[in-house]
Design a protein around this ligand. Structure first.
Ligand code: ATP
Ligand code: MG
Length: 591
C-alpha cells in the first residue's frame, strides 16, 4: 500500500456551504469533496466518497459471507414483463422510472429486485435439494422520489444492498430472516451507526413480518414510537390498544341544533357554551385510489382531538392510495353534508345514493359515546354509541399517534422519535413465488411453493446518516471503519516535506490508508481541511518537528493531542488506530 498525496487527489474542498443542500451531512459531504450533485437526487462519487462507499460495502460483504449469502449482480434496466405478474409495474406508480426501447417496448429502471431475483432463482433451482439459497447484490436502484432530499438520504439514483432468501418452508424462511437480521446488527455496529429496530408496516412488498432499522436522527422522515421497554414501532405499524366498555346504561341519541360553520372549533365552542361535555366524532370524506387508477369515496371516523394520519390509514388500506376528498369528488354524494357528516348514511347502517364504506379509527371503541354530525346542515347528534348506534366496514388506524399514548406491549407510555430508515427485513412468504409460478420438487416428489424473504440496506443513505451523526462545527468525524483514510498527515512547514513522506510510507506499510497533505497551501488551510475531511487520526509535522523532532498526533473526535518522536510516530498511530477500532465496536450500541 502507498500513501495518497493530496496534491494529486481529484477533489476540491469548499469553505462555503453549497446553497442547494439543506442538511448538514450533505453540506459537509459536498464541501469535503466526497460527492457532487449532478441533478436532484443524483450524485457523482469522488475518490474520497468512493473510498467511504467501498468501506461500507466491505463491512456488508464480510457479514454476508459469514452467513453464506452469495453475491450476484442483476441489471437495473428490465422489461415491464418482469414486474407485471405481481402488479408492481402499476403499484409503484409514479415512483418508477419507466422508459421505452427503440421498438416501443416498455422498460423500467428497477426500484427493487424481488421479481428478477425470483425469476432468476426459478430459472436455476428446481429441487428442494437446491435450497436454502440466499443471494444478494450491491447495486444501483432508481426511484423517481417525489421529494429527493437531504443529499444521499433520499436519492433518485442510490445504492442498495438487497438480499433474497429462498427456502422450502416457513421455518426455513424464518431462519434466514433471523440470520440476515443478526448480520445487519453486526454491520451497523461495525460502521459505528446507531440504530433502533422497529416493527414495520410492510408496504407494497406485501409480506407478513417486517422490521425496519432506523437511525435516530431529527432530520429523519420516519416517525417511530418507542415504549419504556425499548420496543419500537413505525407509526404505520402501531396498533392502538384495544378496549371495550359496557354501554347498557348510556342515554339514547338526541339531535341538537348546532349553529356555526360545521368546523370542529365552532362545534366545540358551542358545546362548551351549552355546558355539554362530549367527545366529538369527526367524519372525514376521503378518496381511495386503487392500483388500476379507479377512484371511490369513503368516510373515516376518528376522535376530533386527533389529526387524520393519511400514512397510517394508507397502511391499513394498502394498496389503495388515500387522499382527502375535494368538492368535485363529492358530487355524487349529496348525503355527505360538509361539516355535518354523521354515521347514519355510511357503512353498514348507511343508505347513501352511492353507498360509501365507513372506516372507524381504533380509538372509537365499542361502547364509546360521541357527539357527531346529523347528516344535515346545522345539526349534530349527542349520545351516539359505537356498537349500539353504528358500526363500520373496517376498523383502521387513522388517527395520529400522540406522545404519551399507551404502548401495545403494556410497558407504559410511548415516546415519539424521528429517524431515517437504513435497512429493512421482510418475510415475504409466498407472495412472489406464487405470482411468478416458482415451485420446486419436494422430498415427496410433489411441487412445492418456495418461501421467500427480502432484506435491504441503504448503502449510500448510510453514508449520509453516519456523516449526519458524526460531525462537529469543523467538519466530519468518521468512525475509523468507514473513514476514507485512517491517517491524514499534515505537512505544516515546507521543511517537513521529507519527514511527512517518510511517515506516510511507514504508516502505509503498516496497512493504514494514509493521506499526505503535501499541497502548496498554508498550514491554516491544511488544518481546516483535515478537520473538514474528518479522518480519525491527524498527524502534524511542523514547528515541533523542526525544533524537537516531534510529530503531533491528534484524535479528530476528541481533539486529544499527543506528541511523539518522529521515529515512534508510525507505531503510535498504528496502536491508536487499533484502539479506535475496538472502541468503535465497544461503543456501537442498540438504542
Ligand atoms: P423510504 O421509506 O425511506 O422511502 P423504503 O422503505 O421505500 O424507504 P425499501 O424499499 O425498504 O425502502 O429499500 C431498502 C432500503 O433502501 C431502505 O431501508 C433505505 O435504507 C434505502 N432507500 C430506499 N429509498 C431510498 C432512496 N430514495 N435513497 C437512498 N436510499 C434509499
Ligand atoms: Mg423500507
Amino acid at each position: 500500500m502507498r500513501p495518497t498525496y493530496f496534491s494529486s487527489l481529484f477533489t476540491r474542498t469548499m469553505r462555503e456551504d453549497p446553497t442547494d443542500e439543506n442538511v448538514e451531512s450533505a453540506k459537509l459531504l459536498v464541501r469535503g469533496g466526497y460527492v457532487r450533485k449532478m441533478a436532484p437526487g443524483v450524485f457523482a462519487w469522488l475518490p474520497l466518497g468512493l473510498k467511504v462507499l467501498k468501506n461500507v460495502e466491505k463491512a456488508i460483504r464480510e457479514e454476508m459471507a459469514h452467513i453464506g449469502a452469495q453475491e450476484v449482480h442483476l441489471p437495473a434496466l428490465l422489461p415491464k414483463s418482469v414486474y407485471a405478474p405481481t402488479g408492481r409495474w402499476d403499484e409503484y406508480g409514479d415512483n418508477i422510472f419507466k422508459l421505452k426501447d427503440r421498438h416501443g417496448a416498455d422498460y423500467l429502471l428497477a426500484p427493487t429486485h424481488e421479481e428478477p431475483f425470483t425469476l432468476l432463482a426459478k430459472d436455476l433451482l428446481s429441487s428442494y435439494k437446491d435450497l436454502p439459497v440466499t443471494l444478494y447484490q450491491i447495486q444501483t436502484k432508481y426511484r423517481d422520489e417525489a421529494r429527493p432530499r437531504a443529499g444521499l438520504i433520499r436519492g433518485r439514483e442510490f445504492i442498495m444492498k438487497d438480499a433474497y432468501s429462498f427456502t422450502l418452508d416457513e421455518e426455513g424462511m424464518k431462519a434466514c430472516y433471523s440470520e440476515e437480521r443478526e448480520a445487519y446488527e453486526k454491520v451497523f455496529r461495525k460502521l459505528g451507526i446507531s440504530y433502533v429496530i422497529v416493527d414495520a408496516f410492510s408496504g407494497p412488498m406485501g409480506g407478513s413480518e417486517s422490521e425496519e432499522f432506523l437511525c435516530p436522527l431529527e432530520i429523519g422522515e420516519d416517525t417511530f414510537v418507542q415504549a419504556p421497554s425499548g420496543r419500537a414501532w413505525n407509526v404505520e405499524a402501531l396498533k392502538t390498544v384495544e378496549k371495550e366498555e359496557d354501554f347498557s346504561s348510556l342515554p339514547l341519541p338526541k339531535e341538537i341544533s348546532t349553529p356555526g360553520d360545521g368546523s370542529i372549533d365552532s362545534l366545540e365552542a358551542f358545546l362548551k357554551k351549552e355546558g355539554i361535555s362530549s367527545p366529538i366524532l369527526k367524519n372525514i370524506a376521503v378518496v381511495l385510489k386503487a392500483p388500476d387508477g379507479k377512484k371511490s369515496v369513503a368516510v373515516v371516523g376518528l376522535p376530533s382531538d386527533r389529526q387524520l394520519d393519511l400514512k397510517r390509514l394508507e397502511a391499513c388500506l394498502s394498496p389503495m392510495e388515500v387522499s382527502i376528498a375535494g368538492e368535485e369528488d363529492l358530487k355524487e354524494h349529496p348525503e355527505l353534508v360538509k361539516g355535518f357528516i354523521g354515521v347514519g348514511k355510511v357503512g353498514p347502517q348507511g343508505a347513501g345514493p352511492a353507498k360509501c364504506p365507513y372506516f372507524l379509527d381504533a380509538h372509537v371503541f365499542k361502547g364509546s359515546c360521541w357527539c357527531t354530525g346529523s347528516d344535515k346542515k346545522g345539526f349534530h347528534t349527542l349520545n351516539v354509541v359505537c356498537g349500539r348506534d353504528f358500526g363500520c366496514d373496517k376498523v383502521v388506524e387513522a388517527a395520529q399517534v400522540k406522545e404519551g399514548d399507551l404502548s401495545p406491549d403494556g410497558s407504559g407510555k410511548l415516546s415519539i422519535r424521528r429517524g431515517v430508515e437504513i435497512g429493512q427485513v421482510f418475510q415475504l412468504g409466498l407472495k412472489y413465488s406464487r405470482s411468478m409460478g416458482f415451485k420446486v420438487t419436494g422430498p415427496d416428489g410433489s411441487q412445492k411453493d418456495v418461501w421467500m424473504g427480502s432484506y435491504g440496506i441503504g448503502v449510500s443513505r448510510i453514508i449520509a446518516c453516519i456523516a449526519e451523526s458524526h460531525r462537529d462545527e469543523k467538519g466530519l468525524v468518521w468512525p475509523i471503519s468507514v473513514a476514507p483514510f485512517k491517517v491524514h498527515i499534515v505537512c505544516a512547514r515546507k521543511e517537513c516535506e521529507e519527514e511527512c513522506e517518510r511517515l506516510g510510507v511507514e504508516t502505509s506499510h503498516f496497512g493504514l490508508e494514509t493521506l499526505v497533505d503535501d499541497r502548496n497551501e498554508s498550514a491554516g488551510v491544511k488544518f481546516a481541511d483535515a478537520d473538514l475531511l474528518g479522518c480519525p487520526i491527524i498527524a502534524i509535522a511542523g514547528r515541533g518537528y523542526m525544533e524537537k523532532g516531534e510529530i503531533e498526533i491528534k484524535i479528530r473526535k476528541s481533539g486529544e493531542v499527543r506528541k511523539v518522536q518522529a521515529r515512534e510516530a508510525a507505531k503510535e498511530i498504528l496502536s491508536l488506530s487499533e484502539k479506535l477500532r475496538s472502541n468503535l465496536l465497544d461503543s456501537a450500541h442498540l438504542e
